[in-house]
Structures are given as C-alpha cells and as structure tokens.
Ligand binder design. Structure first.
Ligand code: C2E
Ligand code: MG
Ligand code: MG
Ligand code: MG
Length: 291
C-alpha cells in the first residue's frame, strides 16, 4: 500500500510539475507573440506635489492586452518576462513609448514633467542599457531630465558596485533616478546616499495603515525626515485617503501617487485629463482667494 501511495504521489507531483512547466513555456511563447503583435500598452499614473497639488511626474505602467484573457497585470507576466529575458526587448519598447508620450505632452503644452519608467534587474544587467536610453532620448527628442528611471531598492542592493557605476553614468546622461518600493529591502538611507538618487518612493505597504498603526506612521514619518536630511525628495506610494494625505502633508512629504488622485489611466484617458487641466489653466475660474 505504502508503495502504491508513493508512486501515486510521485505521479501526481510529476504531472503537476510538467503542467507548471508547460504553462510557463506557453506563457513565454504568448509573451513573445505579444511583443511581435504589439499587444502591450502603457497606463499612466500622475505623481502629485502635496503642497501645491500640481502634477510633478507621471509613471508609466505596463499592461498586456491578451486577445483571449483581456487586460493582464504586470504581476502575472513580468516574472516570466524577466526569467526568459523577454523583459529586455519589452523594456526597450516601454522606454521608447513612454518617452514619445512624454514628449508629445510637452509639445502640446499639456504637461512638462519627468516620465518615470520602471526598470527590471535583467535590463540593468545589459551592457547596452544606457545606449538604449540615450538612443530613445535622441529619437524621441525628450530632454534627459524629463526621464526618471525607477529602480527598486532590492535591485540596487543586489550588486551595489555595478549599480553605482551604471547610476553614475546615467546621471552623466542627465536622467533622474528614483528608488521604488523603498522600505521593502534591507538597505539604510545612509547607505543609499552613496548612489546618485534624486527621489525615494516609500512602498505602499508602509503607507496603507498609517492612519491606524502608529508604528507605520512613525516609520513613514522617519523616512521622510531622514531623506530630507540627505536632500532626497520623497514620494508616498499607494495613497488612497484624505487622512493619509493630511498626515503626509504634516510630515512635509514632497509628493504622492495613488488612487486618491487617479488610478493608472490608458493614454487616451490621461490625454483627456490633461486637456481638462489645461483648459482650466487657460480659461479657468477666477482665483477665489483673491476675488
Ligand atoms: P510599482 O512600480 O511600485 O507601481 C505601483 C503599483 O501600485 C502599480 O501596480 C499601481 O497600479 C499600483 N497602485 C498605484 N496607486 C495605488 C493605490 O492607491 N492603491 C493600490 N492598492 N495600488 C496602487 P501595477 O501597475 O500592477 O504594477 C505592479 C508592478 O509591476 C510595479 O510596481 C512595477 O514594479 C512593475 N511594473 C509595472 N510596469 C513595469 C514596466 O514597464 N517594467 C518593469 N520592469 N516593471 C513594471
Ligand atoms: Mg514604480
Ligand atoms: Mg513602487
Ligand atoms: Mg510597490
């Protein structure tokens, strides 16, 4: 009996494993096809200055419109894209599409702020990363200081020497550098100061409960204060409520991103939003404060 059970278990695991492998291979093939068939899209989420309410940046978020399954989130496909190396050509597409969009907004006088693009470890390991960036800037006409590269804290800490080299070279190009998901790794702010960082983004998990958890509030407030001591700007991720925003403002946090202002929007919706804001700027209501 024991032997039978053992064999059954073995067969069970074997078939589950082969199913996993074939699902993964199938996904990889679908991603390859998606790139060729232009099934990727970028969504855009505003980054808001907490003191003024102005948009000070926009982050590009990758989406996959799968013909069978509809819109697919990055959490589902980016790990596979990374393991297979496909993230390198996909990431190059993201860079050029995001920069072209940002330059179009500038030309139409809709918005002239940095576009933030997420980078993965695999892209970072390519010797050609900065050549790709420089080429995209040249091709799109976007000024270098209107592009911000977002690297996660764990990506930076994975190979600090290589990171320092690449980031120094990126700064020579003139692009901005942001640290994404700060707080989820194990680095200290003092250590991060070795890298040419313009901005720190506090991970959503630290912001989520600041209104209810005094410890989370204390951590977030301390990150803001310490970053400012080091002359690094701070953005809070995942802000969903006015209470959170008020707390962040009382700590002098510079900027936020989150559903409170806007979900990530398809390009057409972001264009409509920006046109509305431009109209308000040009023909807007009289300034009540001075009326
Ligand atoms: P991230 O860069 O930290 O992006 C923030 C994520 O939080 C986004 O999820 C965004 O939609 C979501 N978010 C924004 N505001 C709120 C909020 O108020 N509440 C909540 N609950 N969520 C909020 P998304 O778009 O699913 O992206 C997930 C991750 O996938 C990103 O995290 C980023 O690490 C990665 N990613 C996205 N686009 C790209 C890309 O083009 N290349 C690479 N390599 N990674 C990307
Ligand atoms: Mg990001
Ligand atoms: Mg983040
Ligand atoms: Mg995050």
């Amino acid at each position: 009996h024991a032997k039978d059970t053992g064999r059954n278990n073995y067969q069970f695991y074997e078939s589950r494993l082969s199913r996993l492998v074939s699902t993964r291979l199938a996904l990889e093939n679908r991603l390859r096809r998606a790139l060729a068939h232009q099934e990727f899209e970028l969504y855009y989420q505003p980054q808001v200055d907490i003191a003024s309410g102005d948009f000070i940046g926009v982050e590009a978020m990758l989406r996959w419109r799968d013909p069978d399954e509809g819109l697919v989130d990055p959490a589902t496909f980016i790990p596979v894209a990374e393991d297979s190396g496909l993230i390198v050509p996909i990431g190059a597409w993201v860079l050029s599409t995001a920069c072209a969009q940002a330059e179009a907004w500038r030309r139409e006088h809709l918005l002239d702020v940095p576009i933030a693009v997420n980078l993965s470890a695999r892209q970072f390991d390519e010797d050609s990363l900065l050549d790709t960036v420089a080429e995209v800037l040249r091709d799109t006409g976007l000024p270098a200081n209107r592009l911000e590269l977002e690297l996660t804290e764990s990506l930076i800490m994975r190979n600090p020497e290589l990171t320092a080299e690449v980031l120094d070279a990126a700064k020579r190009l003139g692009v901005m550098i942001g640290v994404d998901d700060f707080g989820t790794g194990y680095s200290s702010l003092a250590y991060l100061k070795r890298f040419p960082i313009d901005r720190l983004k506090i991970d959503r998990s630290f912001i989520a409960d600041i209104a209810f958890e005094p410890d989370d509030a204390a951590i977030a407030e301390t990150i803001v204060a310490m970053a400012h001591t080091l002359r690094i700007q701070v953005l809070a991720e995942g802000v969903e409520t006015v209470t959170q925003l008020r707390m962040l403002r009382s700590w002098h946090c510079d900027a936020y991103q989150g559903y409170l202002c806007s979900h990530p929007l398809p390009a057409a919706d972001m264009n409509a939003l920006l046109r509305g804001l431009r109209a308000a700027r040009l023909y807007g209501l009289p300034d009540v404060g001075h009326a």
